[in-house]
Design a protein around this ligand. Structure first.
Ligand SMILES: [Zn+2]
Length: 304
């Protein structure tokens, strides 16, 4: 029996766990991040470990685990610095704490990076040499791969493209910048834009499905406007990186058909400035970040 690796995607709202073996994804589960993060630190860590262990099939050894987390992540220290949307797992050496409890190597990276790696290896970005991944979730994440390797800063930092300024009317963002893309292009932003068009008792998690089911003109107009706001940030990233493939992930990407026209409106340039990029929805869906986390865990084992 061969060993397995695990991937955890810690998102602002939902978190996902996968166990990955030679045959591909063996098991996965989703847990609300608020549930994972309740209680004291020891309880939170135990919940992560127990959720993972429950997924590992009997007789298969857990060789390593990867974590993809939203927001700034220090890969060297294994610390997440996302006090805004992931406070319960930020500010302490999470990777080391899990490594001790799992008795297996733990690797950590940003969740847009892990999603990008998963899509490039196994999903909608296979064969793409220059690939942009944008996740539209609780926030907006982005990663850019060249020949499969993520673009990084001098200390391994990943881009925080959710915080490119694109529209000043939304005021100051929690990052300290003004008019950040994330404030208007995240799934949370889309939910806020749609809320006035739905019955007041609609739960947050039901807003997108309900809106898509109604899809009257006023709701379609919201999706079109949202597409324009997504497109405005994408046009910046396209101008800088010139990706041959752009993949949209995160739960708002499930509604791409409803906002793609608005998005294309803001991406259109004169022919001599046009950027040829194939825009695709993530093929691995909401599991991309967790699968990519398992992939980096496996890569780390091979590199050792
Ligand atoms: Zn910001």
């Amino acid at each position: 029996m061969s060993g397995v690796v695990a991937g955890i995607d810690l998102g602002g709202t939902g978190s996902r766990f996968v166990v990955y073996g030679r045959e591909g994804v063996i098991a996965f589960t989703a847990v609300a991040t608020a549930v994972l993060g309740a209680g004291d630190l020891e309880q939170r860590l135990s919940r992560l470990v127990d959720t993972l262990r429950d997924l590992v099939p009997a007789g298969r050894a857990l060789l390593g685990a990867g974590i993809g987390a939203s927001g700034p992540v220090d890969r060297a220290t294994g610390v997440i610095h996302n006090h805004e949307t992931l406070p319960m797992f930020s500010g302490f050496p999470l990777a080391a704490a899990l490594q001790e409890r799992l008795a297996a190597a733990v690797t950590i990276d940003n969740d847009a990076v892990t999603a990008a790696i998963a899509e490039q290896r196994l999903g909608a970005g296979q064969g793409a040499r220059h690939m942009l991944m944008v996740t539209l979730g609780t926030g907006v994440g982005a990663a850019f791969l060249v020949d499969g390797a993520p673009f990084r800063g001098p200390h391994g930092e990943h881009p925080e493209a959710g915080h490119i300024p694109i529209i000043t009317s939304v005021g100051r963002c929690y990052c300290g910048g003004e008019g950040c893309w994330e404030q208007v292009a995240s799934r949370s932003a889309l939910q806020a834009m749609l809320r006035p068009h739905l019955p007041p008792d609609t739960e947050d998690r039901d807003i997108l499905t309900r809106a898509a089911a109604v899809a009257d003109q006023s709701i379609q107009d919201v999706f079109t406007r949202y597409g324009q706001l997504v497109g405005r940030g994408l046009s910046v990233l396209h101008s800088l990186y010139r990706p041959e493939v752009t993949i949209l992930g995160g739960s708002a990407a499930d509604y791409l058909p409803m906002f793609i026209d608005g998005m294309r409106h803001d991406l259109t340039r004169h022919p001599e400035f046009a950027i040829e990029t194939a825009i695709r929805r993530a093929a691995l869906g909401d599991n991309a970040g967790a699968i990519g986390a398992a992939v980096i865990a496996r890569d780390a084992l091979v590199d050792d």
